[in-house]
Design a protein around this ligand. Structure first.
Ligand SMILES: [Zn+2]
Length: 147
């Protein structure tokens, strides 16, 4: 039972460790630039009475939402900037998810290591000497230390 658990933990540890370099290299290979934020397309009305948007056909406005010092800010993205902004935001999100995978892998590795330690650990059973008496496993604490 204990041996089986140890070999399972050992496999878990080693499998995670083998996968780790490839995952780390995926992250390290990224050269950027990345954009930390959310790219959104919003339907807007321009306000002109005879425009198609007044009949419900909204204009599409691209917005970049970023967090600056804990405050959410929205920035208009010009049509010519859209593809590049969108690409950078998507690359950032892709790398974030790779980082999450790396974190899960590290958890897996550490869980394997912890389980292996638990599986291999055995309680200390004091040895008996020739007379069959227990040897004290530790010095006895004195009850009245100050007297
Ligand atoms: Zn309009």
């Amino acid at each position: 039972m204990m041996r089986k658990q140890a070999s399972h933990s050992r496999r878990r540890l080693l499998d995670s460790a083998r996968e780790l370099p490839a995952r780390a290299e995926e992250l390290a290979a990224e050269r950027g630039p990345l954009l930390k934020g959310a790219f959104q397309l919003r339907g807007t009305r321009c306000g002109k009475d005879n425009c198609k948007c007044s009949r419900g056909e909204l204009h599409t406005t691209a917005v970049l939402v970023v967090s600056e010092d804990g405050t959410r800010r929205s920035y208009y993205v010009r049509p010519c900037e859209r593809p590049e902004v969108q690409r950078r935001v998507e690359r950032y999100l892709r790398l974030r998810s790779k980082r999450l995978e790396l974190s899960k892998l590290c958890d897996e590795l550490l869980t394997g290591a912890d389980d292996l330690l638990d599986a291999l650990a055995q309680p200390h059973i004091p040895q008996r000497d020739k007379e069959g008496l227990k040897r004290p496993s530790r010095p006895r604490a004195r009850k009245n230390k100050n007297r």
